[in-house]
Design a protein around this ligand. Structure first.
Ligand code: ATP
Ligand code: MG
Length: 408
C-alpha cells in the first residue's frame, strides 16, 4: 500500500528542528514572564465570523487563507488563522476587564492559513502572541517592542525592528482619501490585486511585493505626515521611550500590516539574513469595542515560531544518557539498576535488544549514550555494576549506590 504523507503545507517537527522550536518558545516564554504576562490556552476552532469581523473582509487572510467549514447545524467554523481575535473574545467572554484596569495575556499554539507553501510559509504554523488590554499609554507600545527586541537578542538573531503609525479614527480617513487619490493617479502602474485594493483597502497597496507597485507608491503621501496631534504625540513618545530603553528601530512609512484592526503603532521585526518578517504586531484600539466589548485600547504582537527557528542554533543534548545492558539472565537486576538511576533523576535507557556485548555497546553509541552500565551475574551478586565511560573508554566496577553522584 502507498505510504501516507502529511497534507500539503502541514509538517512534522522533530529532531534538531524541534530543539530549535523549543529554544524559541522557551526563550519567548521566559521574556514574557519577566514582564508579568499571564498565559491563556485558546481553542483552535472559533466561529468564522469572529475572524471576518476582526481581521477584515478585504484582507488576504479572510478572502482566501482561512480554513472554513460548517458544523452539523450549519454554523460556519474556522481553524484560527491568528490569535488576537480569540484573545479578545476570551478577554470579553471571561470578563477579564472586571479584574484590573489592564490585563496582559499570552498564548501559544498552531495557526492555520491556506497559503502557497514555501520556505518559512506553512498551512499550519505556530505563534506565540502577547496582548495588553486596557491602556493607551505609549509606554505599553514601547514595552511590547522592547520585548520583541529582547527575544531577538536572547536568541542571537540579527534583525531590525521597523515601526510606523497608522493613525486613528480622526486622522486615518483623511489620509486614506489622500492615498486613494494618489493611487488613482498611478493606476496604470498597479498590479491587478492592487487595482482592487486601491478602492477597498488602499493602505495595503503600500506593502505590495510587486516591483511595479513598489515603484508606483514611492512618492505616495505618508501617514506620518497626516497624523493628528494626539497620534503625533503618541508616536513621538513611543520613539522616545524606545531610545531610553536602547531599542534600535527604523521608521518605515510604508509599513501597514495585513490586518485591518491596527491603529497607531505598528511594527515588524525583519530578519537581516533572510529578509523576511519574523515577529509582527501593533496597537488595535477599536477592536475590543468592535467585537462587542467596552472601549478598550490594546497592543500586541505575534512571534512566528518556525521563522525564528530557522534562524537559531542549538547544541546537542548535553545531559548524559546511561545505557543499561543486561548481560545474561539478569533482566530483573537490570530493571532495578535502571529504576535506581532514574530515581536519582538520571536519563536512562535499558537495552530492549539481546546480543553480544559488542552489539550492545554499538547500540549504546547509536543512542549517543555517555555511559554503558553493564550488569551480569557477578555484578548482581555483589550489588554492583560495571560502568564504561563511552567518551574515554575507561571502565570501572562500582557499588550501585556509588552511581548516585557518578557524573560530574
Ligand atoms: P507575511 O507577510 O509573511 O504573510 P503576515 O503579515 O501574514 O506575514 P502575521 O499575520 O502578522 O503575518 O503573523 C505574524 C508572524 O507569523 C509573521 O511575522 C510570521 O513570522 C508568522 N507567519 C505568518 N504566516 C505564516 C505562515 N504561513 N507560515 C509560517 N509563519 C507564518
Ligand atoms: Mg500572510
Amino acid at each position: 500500500m502507498e505510504e501516507f504523507r502529511t497534507v500539503r503545507g502541514f509538517h512534522d517537527i522533530l529532531g534538531e528542528d524541534l530543539r530549535k522550536f523549543r529554544r524559541v518558545t522557551q526563550t519567548v516564554r521566559e521574556v514574557l514572564r519577566r514582564f508579568n504576562f499571564e498565559e491563556v490556552i485558546l481553542p483552535v476552532v472559533e466561529y468564522a465570523e469572529l475572524f471576518q469581523r476582526s481581521i477584515g473582509d478585504f484582507t488576504d487572510i479572510v478572502q482566501k487563507e482561512m480554513f472554513v467549514f460548517p458544523d452539523r447545524k450549519g454554523r460556519l467554523l474556522a481553524l484560527r488563522p491568528e490569535g488576537t481575535a480569540s484573545a479578545v473574545r476570551a478577554y470579553l467572554q471571561n470578563r477579564l476587564y472586571t479584574l484590573r484596569p489592564y490585563v496582559k495575556l499570552f498564548y501559544e499554539g498552531p495557526m492555520f492559513r491556506y497559503e502557497r507553501p514555501q520556505a518559512g510559509r506553512y498551512r499550519q504554523f505556530h505563534q506565540i502572541g502577547a496582548e495588553v488590554f486596557g491602556s493607551e499609554d505609549p509606554l505599553v507600545d514601547a514595552e511590547v517592542i522592547k520585548i520583541v527586541h529582547l527575544i531577538l537578542k536572547e536568541l542571537g538573531i540579527p534583525a531590525v525592528v521597523e515601526i510606523n503609525s497608522l493613525g486613528c479614527k480622526v486622522c486615518r480617513p483623511v489620509y486614506r482619501e489622500a492615498l486613494s487619490k494618489f493611487l488613482e493617479s498611478v493606476a496604470g502602474h498597479l498590479c491587478d490585486v492592487c487595482m482592487e485594493r486601491k478602492d477597498k483597502n488602499p493602505l495595503r497597496v503600500l506593502d505590495c511585493k510587486v516591483t511595479t507597485c513598489q515603484e508606483a507608491v514611492k512618492e505616495a503621501p505618508r501617514m506620518l505626515d497626516y497624523l493628528c496631534e494626539d497620534c503625533k504625540k503618541h508616536h513621538h513618545s513611543v520613539k522616545r521611550y524606545l531610545e531610553v530603553m536602547e531599542v534600535p528601530y527604523r521608521e518605515n512609512p510604508h509599513l501597514v500590516r495585513g490586518l485591518d484592526y491596527y491603529t497607531r503603532t505598528v511594527f515588524e521585526a525583519v530578519s537581516e539574513t533572510l529578509n523576511i518578517t519574523i515577529i509582527a504586531g501593533g496597537r488595535y484600539d477599536y477592536l475590543v469595542e468592535e467585537l462587542g466589548g467596552p472601549p478598550t485600547p490594546a497592543v500586541g504582537f505575534a512571534v512566528g515560531v518556525e521563522r525564528l527557528s530557522m534562524l537559531v542554533s542549538v547544541q546537542e543534548e548535553e545531559e548524559p544518557l546511561y545505557f543499561v545492558i543486561p548481560f545474561g539472565q539478569v533482566e530483573e537486576y537490570a530493571l532495578m539498576v535502571a529504576d535506581f538511576l532514574r530515581s536519582q533523576g538520571k536519563r536512562v535507557e535499558i537495552s530492549y535488544k539481546k546480543g553480544s556485548l559488542k552489539k550492545q555497546l554499538e547500540l549504546a553509541n547509536k543512542f549517543k549514550a555517555r555511559y554503558a552500565v553493564i550488569v551480569g551475574e557477578d555484578e548482581k551478586n555483589s550489588s554492583e555494576v560495571s560502568i564504561k565511560d563511552l567518551a574515554t573508554g575507561e571502565q570501572r566496577r562500582v557499588k550501585l549506590e556509588a552511581l548516585k553522584d557518578y557524573h560530574r
